[in-house]
Design a protein around this ligand. Structure first.
Ligand code: GAR
Length: 216
């Protein structure tokens, strides 16, 4: 493992995005290396995926800490012990404090199941249906202090069908997440993706506010 590609992945649940990244790396399509997977829940299925891939795991249960600041301080300590270049939030369902976000500025990525800036927060698939959106999707973005508001790196779009439910949308959006997140991590590991003063940059060029648009 070269130090330049070390990634720590934070999860809370299923970890299908983690799995997509593991698969991308194992297929030789991504120079990133996952140094550790950290979960805030001991029952996160993604921990089993990490262990099966031979990746170090750690659980930091937020319920064992007095408040958000104390948890985030412990999380920073656990992450920094691994000396990652990049921290990847993959279904990590905790709001992170401003101090945490500032500490990892420019090296903290998240994936969100909507076409940001639409539908920040939770229940995005249901909200896309209720809003009558004709398209929906997912966004990879740099994390800043504004919740789900950091500069967008990449988006994938799907059409919303009249027969869609929140579940069917979630399934199709998930499939797109598994394509764009490994790609964004690859760009970062290759040194092509940066957070500049005016937003996300790919190959030294400012990306549009909606990020690079994935089509498949
Ligand atoms: C993904 O859909 C991701 O976009 C979402 O959680 C899911 C995790 O799935 N993240 C958020 O909603 C963050 N606000 P996974 O555990 O199977 O990767």
């Amino acid at each position: 493992m070269t130090a330049a590609c070390n990634v720590v992945v934070l999860i809370s649940g299923t970890g299908s995005n983690l799995q997509a990244l593991i698969d991308h790396i194992n297929a030789g399509e991504n120079p990133a290396c996952i140094g550790a997977v950290i979960a805030n829940r001991a029952d996160a299925i993604g921990l089993q995926r990490a262990a099966a891939a031979g990746i170090a795991t750690q659980v930091l249960d937020h319920k064992n800490y007095a408040d958000r600041e104390a948890f985030d301080a412990a999380l920073i300590e656990a992450i920094d012990a691994r000396q990652p270049q990049l921290v990847v939030l993959a279904g990590f369902m905790r709001i992170l404090s401003a101090g945490f976000v500032r500490h990892y500025r420019g090296r903290l990525l998240n994936i969100h199941p909507s076409l940001l800036p639409k539908h920040k927060g939770l229940h995005t698939h249901q909200r896309a249906l209720e809003a009558g959106d004709s398209e929906h999707g997912c966004s990879v973005h740099f994390v800043t202090e504004e919740l789900d508001g950091g500069p967008v790196v990449a988006q994938a779009r799907i059409p919303v069908r009249s027969s869609d439910t929140a579940e069917s949308l979630a399934q199709r959006v998930h499939a797109q997440e598994h394509l764009i997140y490994p790609l964004a991590v690859r760009w970062f590991a290759e040194g092509r993706l940066q957070l500049g003063d005016n937003g996300a940059q790919l190959d030294g060029q400012n990306l549009p506010a909606t990020g690079w648009q994935f089509s498949n």
